[in-house]
Design a protein around this ligand. Structure first.
Ligand SMILES: NC(=O)c1ccc[n+]([C@@H]2O[C@H](COP(=O)([O-])OP(=O)(O)OC[C@H]3O[C@@H](n4cnc5c(N)ncnc54)[C@H](OP(=O)(O)O)[C@@H]3O)[C@@H](O)[C@H]2O)c1
Length: 339
């Protein structure tokens, strides 16, 4: 074979490989490392059994679905949030649909923003199960208000709940994991911890802060390779996050019946979270397109990303000012134009 022909074949092979990767990316609903782990990596069903898993924000949305999927894996579960009756409901469903007995699930209600309760809560878990293998920092709230109209109380709540609450609980659990030289600290961050969007300045700040904290903590734990710090960054996922978001005066958001069809199914997001935990991935991004591309753009081409986000953000603010839900109405318009 002549040298020229070999070169042509190599170039063709490279082009083909590139095309396959591009196709994979266009169909992706998570970053490519995560999807590789889903295809070739360790299964949650093999890796997570017999573990004690503490899930905050387990009364609704992502945390609730996580409790259901974990209950099928034979773990011991600690379910936390503020609303005890909702946690009891989740526990009942875990028992109906999962492989657990009543003694395998501890309902432990507390307010994440009340950091004085965290030490007692941690002791209660250790007393019940003797160990904590995985802490899933999932509890949190979002925001729907313009900075100029928002009271400082919003910013305080975002930081006290999403950031300080999570840091405090992690600090309570950490000495136990260090003593055992093992454990997983899994934090549900957000795309708002990578990029930024209007109406969520306080929320973005709290999630960016979490990313910095946990990336820093991981470097401090380098001498404990058995302790894994995982940051999970979901894009839009079906849950009650918009319904529970804070508005400019600190009251709950108004949109209770928003269309969530443009968001990822909660079950898919949680399955990918389990893949992350089973494979000890340090940072994962979970979102359908076009949101996934936006995160890549913010990471690798921030100037373009900011230009594009300003354009999209304008519409988001317009919708919000008309009293519509910022996102679902945006997607309704987009859908009608493209149907
Ligand atoms: N859904 C999305 O599109 C999305 C995207 C990216 C990231 N996330 C993140 O995913 C996590 C879960 O949110 P979600 O979407 O599942 O929303 P959700 O349905 O509103 O659930 C939020 C959970 O957090 C708990 N929580 C709120 N305030 C609390 C407090 N002060 N103390 C203790 N628990 C509290 C709630 O329970 P109680 O009300 O009973 O306390 C609830 O269980 C959040 O960290 C959120 O930032 C969500």
């Amino acid at each position: 074979m002549s040298g020229d022909l070999l070169l042509w074949l190599l170039a063709l092979g490279a082009l083909l490989a590139l095309a396959v990767q591009l196709l994979r990316f266009l169909r992706a609903d998570g970053d490519l490392t995560l999807l590789w782990a889903e295809w070739q990596g360790r299964r949650p069903e093999w890796e997570l059994t017999d573990m004690v898993v503490w899930v905050t924000g387990a009364s609704s949305g992502i945390g609730e679905e996580l409790a259901y999927q974990l209950s099928k894996l034979g773990v011991s579960l600690v379910l936390s949030a503020r609303r005890e009756n909702e946690l009891e409901r989740v526990k009942r469903r875990c028992l109906e649909n999962g492989n657990l007995k009543g003694k395998d699930i501890l309902v432990l209600p507390f307010d994440l923003a009340d950091i004085s309760s965290h030490e007692v809560a941690t002791k209660a878990v250790l007393q019940e199960f003797g160990k904590i293998d995985i802490l899933v920092n999932n509890g949190g709230r979002s925001q729907r208000s313009l900075c100029v109209e928002s009271s400082m109380d919003i910013y305080k709540e975002m930081i006290e709940l999403n950031y300080l609450g999570t840091v405090s609980l992690t600090k309570c659990v950490l000495p136990h994991m260090i003593e055992r030289k093992q454990g997983k600290i899994v934090t549900v961050n957000s795309f708002m911890g990578i990029l930024a969007a209007p109406l969520s300045t306080g929320y973005c700040a709290s999630k960016h802060a979490l990313r910095g904290f946990f990336n820093g903590l991981r470097t401090e734990l380098a001498t404990y390779p058995g302790i894994v710090v995982s940051n999970i960054f979901p894009g839009p996922v079906q849950s009650n996050i918009v319904k529970n978001a804070l508005t400019n005066d600190g009251t709950q958001a108004v949109h209770s019946d928003v269309d969530q069809s443009h968001k990822m199914a909660t079950s898919r997001c949680v399955r990918l979270m389990l893949i992350c935990m089973a494979n000890d991935l340090k940072e994962v991004w979970i979102a359908d397109q076009p949101f996934l591309s936006l995160a890549y753009l913010w990471q690798y081409m921030p100037t373009w990303a900011m230009w594009l986000t300003n354009k999209l953000g304008k519409k988001r603010i317009e919708n919000f000012k008309k009293g519509l839900d910022a996102d679902s109405s945006y997607f309704k318009i987009w859908k009608t134009k493209h149907d």
